[in-house]
Ligand binder design. Sequence first.
Ligand SMILES: Nc1nc2c(ncn2[C@@H]2O[C@H](COP(=O)(O)OP(=O)(O)O[C@H]3O[C@H](CO)[C@@H](O)[C@H](O)[C@@H]3O)[C@@H](O)[C@H]2O)c(=O)[nH]1
Length: 340
Amino acid sequence: MKQPRTALVTGAAGFIGYFTCKRLLADGFRVIGVDNLSDYYDVRLKERRQSELLQNPGFRIVNKAIETPQLLMDLFEAEQPDIVIHLAAQAGVRYSIDNPRSYLESNLVGTFELLEAARAFPPGHMLLASTSSAYGANTEMPYRETMKADHQMSFYAATKKANEAMAHSYAHLFGLPVTMFRFFTVYGPWGRPDMALFRFTKAMLAGEAIDVYNHGEMMRDFTFVEDLVEAVRRLVDTPPIRPDKPKDIADGDSLSPVAPWRIVNIGNSRPVQLGDMIAAVEEALGVEARRNLMPMQPGDVPATWADADLLKSLTGYVPQTDIREGVGKFIEWYRDYYQA
Ligand SMILES: Nc1nc2c(ncn2[C@@H]2O[C@H](COP(=O)(O)OP(=O)(O)O[C@H]3O[C@H](CO)[C@@H](O)[C@H](O)[C@@H]3O)[C@@H](O)[C@H]2O)c(=O)[nH]1
């Protein structure tokens, strides 16, 4: 019988990690999760996601921080993962202004430990999370992976952009195939309590006003989590191959001229005004929002919009779910989880 492939997923108890592990398990992978259950947000939510995953005998979890010296090295040696999906990170744009050290440790030191382990025990493909925030101050939209992205607006975005460069150097030096995802504001059931959709829902159900930054003049390319995971799953089996000559790189492909490394946007490619997201929440809850109009937050970007052509050409897939449908699914989960 064919051995199942082994996937190592960091951040397995996180929002995207949970859905990614579920999908890999459904597809017959053996999955090793790593997650330190950090208290950046409600730890019980992470524990609940993790205990759902543990129902599957193909899943096991190590509850330690990725930046722990030797942890990943030992794990790679013992498990020899075929693929690695790196989602563990200190996330959040606005939190990084007052807590930059947490980003340094998780995102820079943690990713370094992962790359060192992969150098010693190379997987067939490594896929690492970056962010649409890496596009920073760019104003030309939609964002394409081949555009320069040199002006990050928050330390969070800066650490993610650094991760892209760190992974590129390892891909180049050690021939490690690396795909970097630039995720665009992912939302859905089991979502992150620090993000706008969760906070708005909670406040509106409690009869409280919601804080709306930049007076609502914000646009986000909100991406539904199940769509995102479909894209991730397809990319797992699409490792980049180092080109023989730079001219072999197709137009619009972010493939490095010197390494098996590329960046791929994962976004809906249909940006939504923040006001329309709030309207979708109002509709799903049957509650009218009271809006606290606030100035632009430092570090925030006013708009994001993914060009999804590269994702489409690599995988034949582009996220589909529209905001009303996705918000409806989130609220259904929220009511069931918190109000049942
Ligand atoms: N969190 C939050 N956001 C608010 C609020 N009011 C308005 N917003 C606005 O709502 C939009 C969405 O905010 P988030 O859901 O927090 O997402 P984000 O800032 O786009 O960042 C998310 O996506 C990135 C990838 O594109 C991720 O890298 C990041 O970790 C995060 O998940 C932003 O324009 C934000 O300024 C509020 O009270 N709280």
